[in-house]
Design a protein around this ligand. Structure first.
Ligand code: PLP
Length: 393
């Protein structure tokens, strides 16, 4: 037996381990320094009351023989799929319940979706971007073209910024840059995909951070998307489910390749390789869509966005170039002249005792850029920005 040698082509990611080592070394040498972490992509606020109550009720149901649940439907319980359908309905996007697949988070489906496409196609992947897209393609030995995100296109690359592809990954609002595509830009992408017979894999994990009503929160708000797109969404950043695990993937019936519905293949794939998300978790996720759940969720998102605003104001005052932070929890700043991503990381850590994420960890085009996350607590965000202002003023 031989291994899948494609795995040997994966680049080791030392990003977060290097950050942890540098922070530990610094803290060891400066025991009294209060280090503030604005580097993490994880949420910090706990699950909301609605979610916790719903999960507690579900636990009680599971402890009772009359209401106990064993294996559930692989595609997700109808109550949650209906809640997702109604959520899209409020954005004027009509979905059939069987176009929605409940998942254990966006990451699994983003990787697993490659099962239903031919291996020979070319993937078009933004640079920089969330590293899962690239690594899952490398694992299968797929051909990869990159889409150049840069200062000129405000890190929102368009078809002319790459050499084309059959599977197009778009992430909006983007991790790491926080940049968010406009309706017109997504229309160009949808038209491009329909014309070329490509499929857009649209990652909307951060859609609840979009506050500007003119910006689309789903690819299916764009005309023509039903014949060329799949959407991946998640309760992770929306409702603090990073450790609880739940998401959903939308595959319209109109997405047909070689005379076959991709939806049908994905259903077959899921019923074969996946046994569904726990009932207790799905009950918690459904509570996110209740009126009270939406209110609580919006309050948490507003808290992070206020953090983002404080960070943006600090960098505006300092005259740094940046994108993001207005409709996303990430602010993507250009390092001052003379600093690459890691040199800027070291300066912030050593002189302001603030930790961020070097942009180069998200792709070569991230070199010279830096991601600051708004997922921290308010007090720390204020203190960190004061220190940064003092350092660069
Ligand atoms: N997509 C993007 C752009 C992300 O940044 C993340 C997590 O950081 C995910 C997907 C994964 O989300 P989940 O927790 O639902 O697997």
């Amino acid at each position: 037996m031989n291994i899948n040698t494609n795995y040997l082509n994966l680049e080791e990611s030392y990003l977060f381990s290097t950050i942890a080592r540098k922070v530990n070394e610094f803290q060891e040498a400066n025991k009294d320094a209060k280090v503030i972490r604005l580097g993490i992509g994880d949420v910090t606020l706990p699950l909301t009351n609605s979610v916790v109550s719903a999960m507690q009720e579900a636990v009680t149901e599971m402890s009772n023989s009359e209401t106990f649940k064993g294996y559930g439907p692989e595609q997700g319980y109808e109550f949650l799929r209906t809640a997702v359908k109604e959520y899209y309905g409020r954005k004027n996007v009509e979905l059939a319940p069987d176009e929605i697949f409940i998942s254990d988070g966006a990451k699994s489906d983003l990787g697993n979706i490659l099962d239903v496409f031919e291996l020979e196609g070319t993937s078009l992947i933004p640079n920089p971007v969330y590293p899962t897209y690239l690594d899952t393609n490398v694992m299968l030995g797929r051909k990869i073209n990159f889409l150049n995100g840069n200062e000129n296109n405000n890190f929102l690359p368009m078809p002319e910024d790459g050499d084309g592809g059959d599977l197009i990954y778009l992430c909006s609002p983007n991790n790491p840059t926080g940049a968010t595509y406009t309706r017109d830009q997504l229309q160009i992408w949808v038209d491009y995909a329909n014309k070329n017979g490509s499929v857009i894999l649209f990652d909307s994990a951060y859609e609840t951070f979009i506050k500007d009503d003119n910006l689309p929160t789903s690819i299916f708000e764009i005309e023509g998307a039903r014949t060329c797109a799949i959407e991946f969404c998640s309760f992770s950043k929306t409702a603090g489910f990073t450790g609880t695990r739940c998401g959903y993937t939308v595959i319209p019936h109109d997405l047909v390749l070689n005379g076959t519905k991709v939806n049908k293949l994905w259903l077959r794939r899921q019923t074969t390789k996946f046994n569904g998300v726990p009932y207790i978790i799905q009950k918690g996720a459904a509570a996110v869509f209740t009126e009270q759940g939406q209110k609580e969720t919006r309050a948490n998102v507003a808290y992070y966005l206020e953090n983002a605003k404080i960070i943006r104001e600090a960098f505006t005052e300092l005259g740094f170039w940046f994108v993001g932070g207005d409709n996303s929890p990430y602010i993507w700043i250009k390092c001052p002249a003379g600093y690459d991503s890691w040199q800027f990381f070291d300066k912030l850590l050593n002189e302001a005792h603030v930790v961020g994420t070097p942009g180069v960890g998200f792709g070569s085009n991230g070199q010279g850029y830096f991601r600051i996350s708004a997922f921290g607590n308010r007090e720390n965000v204020i203190e960190a920005t004061e220190r940064i202002k003092k350092l660069f003023r």
